[in-house]
Design a protein around this ligand. Structure first.
Ligand code: GUN
Length: 292
């Protein structure tokens, strides 16, 4: 079984981005900047945001973080987003999910300037994706496409099954696989006998959000398995013991000798998401410079 190493692929992408950032700075005499808005105290979200800030620094980009209390009102958060829309030094930004229950996520995404939408989750950008004219695509599914490309795993003509239909992963993932000429099925929590579908698939992307949901018997021999799940990541990322407890939606240990390739967790899709966020930020920064 080939282990699809997201650390290596993301590192290659980050090196490329870093070179492009240097060129950007020489051309425009300014530094691309990512903004991050985080609400509340979700420990996993704070770890992700910290990793995004570090990644920006490593490729020579600026980042700014606005941290708001759990009880910020929806209206106040929208006001802050509108402020960030206007900030000259911020080329792109994101609002870290999940948001507290009292805040309507759609309202928040709607408030983001689509031309600064680092995650590609504004309805305008999702619409552009739908018509195959995207400037940026949501980072996690785009990272999956990039990993498959790197390992020269072709999608065209393959039976692809996406497990999960979230706005952030499942739906855009299915569309990107379709764009790449895959034959795509989405299964979800209301699907009867999910494994009847996944056992037919050449490529399975599991984004169900359920720890260790699937194992070898859910997959066809020789298939390619992409695990988007991430569980137990809320503690310090520098603590190796805690790191080893991170697991995905797939029982990775069962796959050896059964499937042809799979992403591990950690070290698979996760690092790709951050690299694709940097890629989106740079694309939007370049776009902005052309418009200005
Ligand atoms: N929470 C988990 N993944 C993501 C992501 O890709 N973007 C945002 N904004 N929040 C997330």
């Amino acid at each position: 079984m080939l282990v699809l190493d997201g650390k290596i692929v993301s590192q290659l992408l980050k090196t490329e981005i870093s070179q492009k950032v240097t060129e950007f700075k020489a051309k425009y005499h300014r530094t691309p900047g990512l903004g991050v808005i985080i609400v509340g105290n979700n420990p996993a979200s704070h770890v992700y945001v910290r990793n995004k800030e570090i990644a920006c620094k490593n490729v020579g980009m600026n980042s700014i973080k606005w941290d708001f209390p759990e009880d910020i009102s929806e209206d106040d958060l929208v006001k802050q987003i509108k402020k960030m829309n206007e900030l000259k030094d911020v080329d792109a930004f994101l609002v870290q999910m999940p948001l507290p229950q009292h805040i309507n996520t759609d309202k928040i995404l709607d408030a983001i300037d689509p031309l600064k939408d680092a995650d590609g989750l504004h309805p305008y950008n999702l619409g552009m994706l739908w018509v195959n004219r995207q400037i940026v695509a949501p980072c996690t599914p785009w990272g999956v496409i990039r990993i498959l490309k790197h390992y020269e795993i072709s999608i065209a003509g393959k039976n692809c099954v996406v497990v999960g239909r979230s706005q952030i992963v499942g739906k855009p993932m299915a569309h990107l696989l379709t764009q790449a000429d895959g034959t795509v099925t989405i299964v979800h929590s209301r699907t009867k006998n999910i494994s009847d579908f996944t056992r037919q698939a050449d490529i399975v992307v599991v984004a169900a959000g359920k720890k260790h949901l699937m194992g070898k018997n859910d997959f066809k021999v020789g298939s390619v398995i992409i695990d988007v799940g991430i569980h137990g990541s809320g503690l310090s990322s520098s603590d190796q013991r805690e790191k080893s407890k991170i697991s995905g939606d797939v029982r990775f240990d069962e796959l050896q000798g059964w499937v042809s390739a799979a992403t591990p967790v950690p070290g698979g899709v996760g690092p790709m998401t951050i690299a694709c966020l940097l890629e989106n930020t740079l694309k939007l920064a370049e776009n902005r410079m052309k418009i200005c």
